[in-house]
Design a protein around this ligand. Structure first.
Ligand code: OAD
Length: 259
């Protein structure tokens, strides 16, 4: 079944110079990365307060580390899906495409998106809580199951945002800037319940962007969007790219941008 892409949506896109894709766990669902909420969601099996916060890590670092290592393994083994690839391809159609993601799975970059802002960190990165030394992947010293900095002996943690923590300021500021100057904001595969990230599509709308949700289910953001496309991102986004390319959108905007 093909999704219905309205003429209004396609016309707004055809005239857009700047597009922001705001993404959540749903865009990676078809790659095999579980979402957080919903029937099969991670938070139905695990409690965020036991795993995704600083106190949990300080009181049981090896348990939290083990959990993140298992997730890192899953995320490293899966492949970007047609939705990630379509977003990367959109870069050929518009002068500016920014992906603002809540995901930590690196799949947008692996799909080829060049301008990716990560609001909740990245599972491939770790840092020492003592001296700030950075570690990539799993190559870390362990003492009795506890990840330790080879420089200062401090505790090494995943570079992800836990509940109760601030978002990385540079990523947030750049995201706000991109969203506030966007002509079209796509909110893709997110339930829109985790703040402050969930505010971003509304910032876009307030600044005149046309806002479109792509999600098979209704979300907290649905009512405020200019339009919703009910469907899976790995299906809807390739259709969108195909439609734009068949209308020659990329060629047009490239001509304009060369003037
Ligand atoms: P959620 O698990 O809350 O929501 C996933 C959304 O994806 C839901 O609205 C689903 O309907 C939708 N979805 C499922 N399959 C889809 C598909 N194939 N195509 C498109 N959409 C699909 O995930 P997030 O909104 O990303 O934060 O969650 C936000 C934050 O909550 C996460 O970044 C994480 C979590 O706690 C931190 O860890 C700080």
């Amino acid at each position: 079944m093909t999704a219905i892409l309205s003429d209004r949506f396609l016309d707004r896109l055809a005239r857009a110079r700047s597009v922001v894709a705001f993404t959540g766990a749903g865009i990676s669902a078809e790659s095999g990365v579980p979402t957080f909420r919903g029937n099969q969601g991670i938070w139905t099996k695990f409690k965020p307060e036991e795993l995704a916060n600083l106190d949990a890590f300080l009181s049981n670092p090896s348990l939290v580390w083990e959990w993140y290592s298992a997730r890192r393994k899953v995320m490293g083994e899966v492949q970007p899906n047609a939705g990630h690839l379509a977003l990367a391809r959109l870069e050929q159609s518009f002068p500016s495409v920014t992906v603002v993601t809540q995901n930590i799975d690196n799949l947008h970059r692996r799909a080829g998106s060049k301008h990716v802002l990560e609001l909740h960190g990245n599972i491939d990165r770790n840092y020492c809580m003592g001296c700030g030394a950075r570690y990539v992947g799993d190559e870390i010293l362990f003492k009795e199951g506890i990840p330790q900095c080879s420089g200062c002996g401090g505790l090494v943690r995943p570079d992800v945002v836990w509940f109760g923590e601030m978002l990385p300021l540079d990523q947030w500021d750049e995201s706000v800037k991109a969203i506030e100057s966007a002509d079209v904001v796509l909110s893709i595969g997110t339930s829109g319940v985790v703040f402050p990230a969930a505010e971003l599509p509304l910032y876009g709308k307030r600044h005149g962007a046309y806002t479109v949700e792509i999600n098979p289910e209704e979300t907290e953001l649905s009512e405020t969007m200019d339009e919703v496309v009910r469907g899976k991102s790995a299906q809807v986004l390739p259709e969108l790219v195909k439609e734009l390319e068949s209308r020659g959108v990329g060629k047009q905007t490239q001509k304009i941008s060369r003037k």
